[in-house]
Design a protein around this ligand. Sequence first.
Ligand SMILES: [Zn+2]
Ligand SMILES: [Zn+2]
Length: 359
Amino acid sequence: MIWTRFFRAFARKTRTRKWRSTSRARATAMKRARGAKGSGEFISPICTGCASGKGVSCTPDGGSSAPCAQRVGCLPEVKVYIRCWGARGSIPVSGQEYLKYGGDTACLEIRTAANDTVVIVDAGSGVRPLANQLVEEGRRDYTFLFTHAHWDHILGFPFFKPLYSPRNSIKIYGCPISQGNMQTLLSKTMSAPYFPVPFEEVRASIGYKEYCDKPLVIDGMSVETIPLSHPNMGVGFRFTERDRRFVFLTDNELGFRHPGGRSFEEYARFCEGADLLIHDAEYTLEDYAQRRGWGHSTFEQAMNLALAANVGLVGLYHHNQDRPDAEVDFMVERARNLAEQRGSATSCFGVSQTWSVTL
Ligand SMILES: [Zn+2]
Ligand SMILES: [Zn+2]
């Protein structure tokens, strides 16, 4: 038992070392690959040997150990990549006290292992810098998933640059329980007198698709949902690719069951064995005494869920707009102590808007 724990802890430590990769480095690798083979042609980012199938193997730097006509197919193995672009809840903030965790609101970037498809989860203010990077990479296809339509999760949508080019294609998946039809909700963010450019002037081709009841598969990555316990409802996501599992539950109140919400045990089952869980941890116990029923969890509740579900790594997310970096650090420390007291190897960190990981 002790040895099992030791090895689990060691494996996690080893995994954390891989966090250092940045989206820019990855983008450069992908760009190099596209340039080598010509635009528009698919290149698998997975290093499976040269496509000629003549037994030429890849070296760790993505090169080939022998001449091969199709050696551009050889790239280092790339796994699921997740990057946060906004970890703040409710409203964007700025100032010296927010430099570490950032001031942009909810936005995540997920790149599939199979084909480097970019999935964007929520379009808070963090989607603006993400859009800039994707445009720089020369991307034309974009995929959005939304947890719900509260302002902090959609306010960046009108500032998503690819909307305004006819060469771009944008797929938006919406679950009707997230406050209704996503198409209508997003178009309302671009209506007078709240925004000067009407939705009709969007030039990209936009496709809406409703899903919810069965798992969605995006480029080999399975996406399952669970209703959130949150005012006006919403959905949480479980992303699975190969043996890797990531659960994203923001705006989820574990201590209060809102209409449509699930029990703690059901959320624990949904998160069971995840490599990574990012969960709402907006409050301290002291805050929560005043804000029960507002739709958010304490860091203790988030950590309890991670422990109950045997999650490898849990990220505290949706930082309160008035929470300075030092206080988030303190919450992380206390959550880690909780895991230690229970003898658990579950690791904990505070999600910042520049954080990234490869799973
Ligand atoms: Zn929110
Ligand atoms: Zn919300």
